[in-house]
Design a protein around this ligand. Sequence first.
Ligand code: FES
Length: 75
Amino acid sequence: MFVCICNQVTDRQIRQSVAEGVNNFEALAAELKVATCCGKCKNCANKVLREALLENQASQAVAFVHSGGAVLSPA
Ligand code: FES
């Protein structure tokens, strides 16, 4: 779906940017120009960014565990 109409930025582009290392709104705006025109998309873009960051963290944690990196000790 389009998040930023002015700059034709989609939620997929935001998720892709996060996968490539973008981790804050300023970097996202610099890369995709999201929210740099009328600004009406800023809240929605921020929400998609936060969701993507959480998804990215979760997938990295799963990859870490599957790589044998998790060390769990009994409580
Ligand atoms: S809709 Fe994103 S800057 Fe206008």
